[in-house]
Structures are given as structure tokens and as C-alpha cells.
Design a protein around this ligand. Sequence first.
Ligand code: BGC
Length: 364
Amino acid sequence: MRMIGKAGKAAAIAAIAALAMTACGRAEPGTTSTTGAGGFEQNSSIGVALPQKTSENWVLAEKLFNDGLSGAGFKPDVQFANGGVSEQQNQISAMITKGAKVIIVGAIDGAQLGTQLKQAKDSGATIIAYDRLLLNTENVDYYVAYDNFKVGVLQGQALLDGMKAKKPTGPYNVELFAGSPDDANAKVFFDGAMSILKPKIDDGTLKVVSGQTTFEQAVTQGWKAENAQRRADTLLTGSYGTAALDGVLSPNDTLARAVLTSVKAAGKPLPIITGQDSEVESVKSILAGEQYSTINKDTRKLVEHAIVMVKDLQAGKTPEINDDKSYNNTVKTVPAFLLPPVIVTAANVKTAYVDDPVLGPLTK
Ligand code: BGC
């Protein structure tokens, strides 16, 4: 869904700012609105609808939202929807009933919440898409996330760099894994990676031995480790025989570890494999020389920024955005605040997490 290409972004943002200075009633980012909604009571309920606990970042977010929102004087209502989409729909409805002024949504399926988001908007709430974009709806006000396309670009480049460092010339045998097709991020990660890998597939540097090169063929339903492991087992048995597997594009750490388990069981040398999320086990794996890379998307910074947006809205200010072009949800381009993801390999693993209370001590 992402509209690629950031050319003209600065000009567009300047145009928005200029518009804000005119009498059209939009406040300049970060300034007090004169004709805006006028904010809301500080001790208001703030809903946070999180998906399933498919990776550590979501588990971390729960505590950070509870602590951060309470610390700022709000009443947090943070819910996980481990039971699936209908549970998340019900949770958002309950947040509306409780009078939430802002509802922050990390969607399981960003295209299945249209009814609840409309009800939320009708109730006067502001909707912030968190980490994953909300699709096919006009009822989403802001998006706060790490730049997902960039995540994919970094993964694709790391895969090439890692293989080249191990074996200077190709061709390289690779396989491609993607995330869950209901998560709007999964395709964006894949597209970002393919922007780097596709030219190398086309020129023969990379050989996808299974022939499975499309997103649909690469997906991992529910971001579940067992699904990735099963697919890796099938690929190794069906397509590899005695051939080496040089590299694997994995969209996150959980799936990277699942693929490595499969390769070990097949008795093959470990491939260069990418990841994402800086999960404890994967950072240990990088230190041990097994997983090649991960991505640092510090959850503390993302939650902190979502809370900054809530505070602005509470004070009647327009939250700051830094991207108004990239994330189109098919109905609108959602004003976004994007944070930069950072690639981590053995080369920088000892410095990447200096500020992280868990990973810092682990990587010293
Ligand atoms: C997040 C990733 C995470 C995945 C599975 C995605 O939407 O952006 O960081 O690995 O969900 O939980």
C-alpha cells in the first residue's frame, strides 16, 4: 500500500505548513490550535489495541504504554487480542463505550476494523495507527511507525553483503520469506527487500532455487514460527538435495530462528539470514555467529512518540508529522511520523544497544 518515492516530500510538508498559517483552521504542527478540537481532559481514557504477541516488541509495548500513559496522567486501557480479529473488534468497541479520547491501534488485520474505526471517529475519538497501517478507511488520523519500507531495504542489502563477505562471487542460492499477509507491514517489508534483491535475481546473481519469488508464495500466516519452519523443511527437501542454501531473506527474528532450526535439522551449513526486532535470542544468535542480521526498532522510542501525539491532542495541538506521502491506505495518505530503523550485524552488535536496558548488558 505504500506509495514509493519521497521526492517532493519537503516541498509538500512546506506546503502543508504554509496552509496551516492561513485561515483554514489547521494549526501548525506542535502549536496550539485556535479552531481545532480544543483538546480533552487529562485523565481521559486512552485505548491501546495491540495484536497478538507474535514478537517481543508487542509484549514490551504493553508495559511501556501502561507506564507511559499513566505517568502522563491518562487512564490507559491496553488490550491484546490473542483470540484474533473479532476479539480486537470487540476491544475497540469497548474502548469507545468507555469514552476513549484517543485509540491507538496495532492491528492484527488492518483491513478488518472499518466498522469499529468509524464508530470511534463518530464518538469523537482520534485514531492513531501504531506500527501497522490501518487500511481501506478514512477513519485513521495519524500513523506512527518505524519506516517499514526502509526495514526491507536494509534487510535486502544485509543479505547481499553477508553472502558476499562469505563467498565473494555468486551465484548465490537463496530463499525468500515474508510475514503474515493480513499485516499491512508484511508486503511493505517484502517490497523494500525486493527493491534491492529483484535486480540481482534478474541478472542471475541470486538464484531462488524453489522458484518461489512472489509475496504470496513467501508469506508466513500469522507470523508463526511453525509455519516458517514447515515451509523451510519443504523447500529444503523439495528443492535442495545436496545443493547449498547460501542466504535467506527472513522478515523478522522469530521466523529467522525457525528457519535456522529447519536448516540445522536438515544437516546443512547455516545460511546468511536476516531478521528484525532485536529479540534477545536473535541478538545472542548474532553474537554466536549464527543469525546474520537484525533490525533495531527500539520499542521505547515508538511508544514514547505515540504518547507525545496523545499529549499534543490532549492539549489541543496538531501532532507533528514528518511524512505525508509514503503511506497510502487506499482511501487516504495517512499523515505519519516515521522513525529510522537501524541494521545490526556482528560488526555493530556491541555498540548498537548501549542504551538498551536488556540488550546493552547482554552485548557488552
Ligand atoms: C512488526 C514487526 C514484527 C511483526 C510480527 C510487524 O507488524 O512491524 O516488527 O516482527 O509485526 O510481530
